[in-house]
Design a protein around this ligand. Structure first.
Ligand SMILES: *[C@@H]1O[C@H](CO)[C@@H](O)[C@H](O)[C@H]1NC(C)=O
Length: 312
């Protein structure tokens, strides 16, 4: 019998977050509005950066790319979850489950590397302003982008290669609202201890590693600013605080998720809401609507659009 694929499970069933009707309604309103707001906010960033020539700089290109990733990222789990909220039987096919895991890890990994690129961009802008345009050349930006996509996809592929062949013979209940690797592995009817360890090392390393790298680079930037002009660190701090907020909110739940030995509590299920709904929404809010240049560009874009409407 060995070597034969024993899989009998063809779909998984989510327990979802709540069973009471009032809570489902609240959850629906909450997730639907956050999803819509994230998509709109990020779309506005992409349009504004693409259409406004004043924003054609490395920082804004990276930001627009982050927005594209965020739009994909929140579309992996959110639409399915929103459609499922009121259903009694929240099922997902085996392929659907693997697809969710693949893209959430690939895009998550890409986003982490991109956040590092954005921190590097700020480092060059603040600490080496005279060389900014030569260091952050269009070629360098593209290089950063391609690298982050490659790292993200390799990170995800390496984990999933071992998972697709696992036998699943039931039960098939996932106490969550989307497919995640730790929970899926616990359903396999074979010993997955080594695999679980590999996932913790792989995902833990990329998330904790990027987080530490980001924190160090922000401390380094702040220290450099403070050394050159003790009073000037306040302005840099307000710019960087936006970055640091996003980084903490994005990585906090993830690191808890993948480095906590065995998540028996339900806390991780609720923390996952953060990464699914709130972070993609906060990126536009934090990076953009607090940014003067961006606000001016959006006003300019709006008045252009109105102007064209009047002519035609
Ligand atoms: C992403 O970055 C690249 C390279 O800087 C840039 O050419 C492209 O326009 C950016 N994408 C978006 C949607 O702005």
């Amino acid at each position: 019998m060995d070597g034969v694929n024993h899989s009998t499970v063809s779909e998984f069933v989510f327990l979802g977050l709540t069973n009471s009707w009032e809570n489902q309604l609240l959850l629906f309103l909450f997730s639907f509005s956050f999803y819509l707001a994230s998509m709109m906010g990020n779309l506005v960033i992409v349009f504004t950066v693409t259409l406004d020539i004043h924003l054609h700089s490395p920082m804004y290109f990276l930001l627009a790319n982050l927005s594209v990733i965020d739009m994909f990222f929140c579309s992996i789990t959110a639409p399915k979850m929103i459609c499922d909220i009121f259903k009694k039987h929240k099922a997902i096919s085996f392929c659907g489950c693997i697809t969710q895991i693949f893209f959430s890890h690939a895009l998550g990994g890409t986003e982490m590397v991109l956040l590092i690129a954005m921190a590097f961009d700020r480092y060059v802008a603040i600490c080496k302003p005279l060389h900014y345009l030569t260091i952050m050349s269009p070629r360098m930006c593209l290089y950063f982008l391609v690298t982050s996509w490659i790292i993200g996809f390799i990170h995800s592929l390496v984990q999933l290669i071992f998972v697709v062949d696992l036998p699943f013979c039931g039960p098939n209940i996932l106490d969550s609202f989307y497919c995640d690797l730790p929970r899926l592995l616990r359903l396999a009817c074979t010993n997955t201890q080594e695999l679980e360890f590999m996932v913790i090392v792989n995902s833990g390393l990329i998330s904790v590693g990027s987080f530490v790298l980001l924190v160090i680079s922000y401390i380094f930037i702040l220290f450099t600013v403070w050394k050159h002009s003790p009073g000037g660190s306040f302005k840099a701090l307000s710019t960087l605080s936006a970055h640091i907020t996003v980084v903490v909110l994005f990585f906090g739940p993830l690191m808890f998720f993948y480095t906590w030995p065995s998540p028996t509590s339900h806390l991780d299920k609720y923390l996952a809401i953060f990464d699914a709904f709130i972070t993609p929404f906060l990126n536009p809010v934090i990076y953009t609507f607090r940014n003067k240049e961006m606000k001016v560009a959006m006003k300019r874009l709006c008045s252009h659009l109105l102007h064209y409407r009047k002519i035609s």
